[in-house]
Design a protein around this ligand. Sequence first.
Ligand code: AR6
Length: 374
Amino acid sequence: MALQMSALFSYVRAPLFTVPLPCVRTDIQRAGIKFKHIFTPGSPQLGGKPATSPLRGHIHAAPRAEKLLTTTRALWRPSQGSSPSSSPRGKSVWLGRVALGTALGVSAAALVQSLHTGTLAAMALKVNLNSAEGDWKETKDFLLSLSVKDRRQYYRTPSSVPLDDVKAWTPTAVAAGSEKSRYPRNEKLDQKISLYSGDITQLEIDAIVNAANNSLLGGGGVDGAIHRAAGPLLKKECASLHGCETGEAKITCGYGLPAKYVIHTVGPIAQGGVGEKQKKALRSCYKNSLQTATANSARSVAFPCISTGIYGYPPEQAVHEALATVREYLDEHHDKLDRVIFCVFLPTDKELYLQNLPLYFPAAPTETTVKSKL
Ligand code: AR6
């Protein structure tokens, strides 16, 4: 956008045009006023829909990309030259077309906007999440610029589960005969926790966590499922990260996943038993993943049961490290996260979380308890 704006103003300054500067500006302004009503959000010329682009802040009337691509192509045909600003000739051809467009009565703002949207539309036509041939950086920038609604057409999963369909956990009383809650009640957290039973790759949220290995190049278990669903560009981006230490976390785009980001963390291998080192590493996985999420403004995050599959961490011990770390992080940073989802795949893990959640996220004291305190 900045490039295109500077290109537009360099048109105004270009010696190519002999019209005095204030006059050109006035012409553009007049054209803008005159034709403003044609290109307003929701107008049929713009696809008849209100702006849906995530770049709404910059583009006041984001049209449907395909329609404006035609306009943009008419003004700037890449086959006839390079991009608007990449060569002097390309620039003057493009600038001439901007002038022509303006003369024809299309407002300068609409032109810049259509060129911008045209760039997005051109990128949209190039995106192929099934092939490893594409440029992962370009694809990532493009996907991250889309709203959730606009990104849906790129999902590679057979279905997706929006955050609204993932119920917030209702705090339940600690089971009779079980130990007391390990943490005090914090009502700010009531709506911020979920227990979800199913496939993490289907969650349409900001970030899902991957239980990866040190290479970050994919593997079995949940790692394999995430790479399969995201498509080959995920591995390409992962390769650029040069691995990950145990307990650390690194973030990538979600590509064909309904999740915007994947946070890759490497759990400890616990097949030889669990000691302090493994406990600490597992807690680091959860904490570093949450920090990575909030550092990237991801407000909803889902965790699988890290290390409890191939890496052999006993699930009945791992559940406590997971719950305690999330509870402590949320106590300090509840304003930065809307939802943390514990995604369980096995019925036995679901049972473990149901049993232990009340120890870390306790319910409000019952009426009888309150009365007895008075
Ligand atoms: N959605 C949610 N959870 C899942 C899914 C899924 N689609 N698939 C499996 N799980 P594991 P680890 C659960 O073995 O123990 C890989 O090869 C599964 O039931 O995936 O940390 C990596 O490359 C279990 O509860 O991860 C590493 O080499 C949990 O995910 C190694 O495995 C974690 O099991 C990491 O082993």
